[in-house]
Design a protein around this ligand. Structure first.
Ligand SMILES: [Zn+2]
Length: 433
């Protein structure tokens, strides 16, 4: 038989990151068997089905149409371009499922102050903290915000990222929140990057609403959200639910408004304390709960039941000198999918490197290399509700692929800073790195 294809990748080892075996049956098995501790399935067919050694992959019109052992490669349209991967490794393009990438200014001055022992609370009292980023973002033009975000997104692409989530939340007024989301949408039109936008109007209480949090939330629900939905600017809605953020009742108001508009929800939850945000999020079948250092067993059970992804953000944990780690063992026990993201933002995680986050998730939180890789591919796709389209290398999915000059996929977690990307394709088209 002959299959239609415009590009054929040969001589490749393929880490599919798929939850499905090549024959379509569901597998629950590691790619990196040697690094999985106490796993009941460390060998056998299931594991091998997630890795294809000596493999080939056929792309047609941006989608994967065939992958498997090279010896089984069917004949492909003669016009197809054939590219050898010289025995290197293919993975899906990486997915950063939690960022605050659109903002103006930076907070390097605060970084220096904190290093000198000045507390975050004191810095905030002097007009620093999130409000300083809000001020700078409000002052910036749309073009300035776009240029800043463009260079950050480009830096991410060069590290193998082909999909990124971008939240609003540094405007905290209607005009600037809309502008931030428009900038995110515009980036997708110019860069080889899938962008999922999240409206985070309930990120912090702006100064002009001091003492009037309920009024602000009403404005978020009744004015901001309907405009954002009308312009189709957001793919999801998020809230910072915390003792120092918004309450459970305020969070639920935003969730109800989002649901009314047909938008899925996510939540910054259980970062500094356990206020029950994850349980609330599970009742609204949230795509993800993020941070979750203080999540307890009841919360883990709740998100397991709702199919919600646990997004771990080791960059913020590291920058804030936190000591409470997310409940990784419980998440494993209840089979909650774990994703890993940068939380890239100017305050608590000024780090735009998803590969560094894989390493940190392993070092700081004890994730296996397999879990870290799942966390930036298939589970990150689930956290954005796009796992039917991207996140793994499977027939029918978009051909977002990275070719790495590594000996084994675990090297991507183990080493940092070597930039081992050989090639990259976005929807089947070569990305200029
Ligand atoms: Zn965040």
């Amino acid at each position: 038989m002959m299959i239609d294809g415009d590009r054929v990748l040969i001589n490749a080892n393929i880490a599919t990151m798929s939850a499905m075996s090549v024959d379509g049956s569901v597998v629950d098995s590691p790619i990196i068997d040697s690094l999985v501790i106490d796993s009941p399935i460390t060998e056998g067919l299931a594991m091998k089905s997630r890795v294809i050694e000596d493999g080939a992959l056929v792309i047609n019109e941006g989608r994967i149409v065939w992958l498997g052992k090279q010896v089984d490669l069917p004949s492909v349209s003669p016009s197809a371009q054939i590219e050898s991967c010289d025995g290197k490794w293919l993975t899906p393009g990486l997915i950063d499922c939690h960022t605050h990438l659109v903002f103006a200014g930076n907070r390097a001055d605060e970084f220096e102050q904190r290093a000198q022992g000045i507390s975050y609370a004191d810095i905030a009292r002097q007009g620093g903290g999130i409000q300083s980023t809000v001020n700078k973002t409000r002052e910036a033009t749309e073009e300035q915000l776009y240029a800043l975000a463009f260079s950050r997104a480009t830096a991410m692409i060069k590290q193998g990222v082909s999909c990124v989530e971008i939240k609003s939340g540094y405007g905290l007024d209607i005009a600037t929140e809309l502008t931030m989301l428009r900038v995110a949408r515009a980036l997708e039109r110019t860069l080889p990057l899938t962008i999922k936008t999240t409206f985070l109007g309930a990120h912090a209480l702006p100064l002009e609403y001091a003492g009037r949090a309920d009024e602000y939330i009403a404005m978020v629900c009744d004015e901001m959200l309907p405009q954002i939905a009308a312009e189709d600017l957001a793919d999801a809605v998020d809230v910072f639910c915390e003792s120092v953020g918004f309450s459970l009742a305020q969070t639920e108001k935003v969730f109800r408004a989002a649901k009314h508009l047909g938008l899925p929800v996510k939540l910054h939850a259980e970062q500094l304390s356990n206020v029950g945000g994850s349980e609330l999020a599970s009742r609204y079948r949230a795509l993800s709960v993020d941070h979750i250092e203080f999540l307890n067993e009841a919360g883990v059970k709740a998100i397991a039941a709702s199919g919600t992804v646990a997004v771990l953000l080791p960059g913020a944990y590291y920058c804030l000198h936190e000591t409470q780690k997310p409940p990784v063992e419980l998440l494993r026990q209840y089979k909650v999918p774990m994703a890993v993201a940068t939380d890239f933002n100017p305050g608590s995680s000024p780090m735009a490197s998803l590969p560094l986050m894989m390493n940190m998730a392993s070092h700081l939180f004890g994730l296996t290399a397999q879990e870290a890789l799942d966390g930036v591919t298939i589970n990150a796709a689930k956290a954005l509700g796009v796992d039917k389209q991207i996140g793994s290398l499977e027939v029918g999915k978009q051909a977002d692929i990275v070719c790495w000059n590594i000996d084994h996929p675990r090297d991507l977690v183990y080493q940092f800073g070597l930039h081992p990307i050989e090639k990259m394709w976005k929807a089947g088209t070569t990305v200029m790195l």
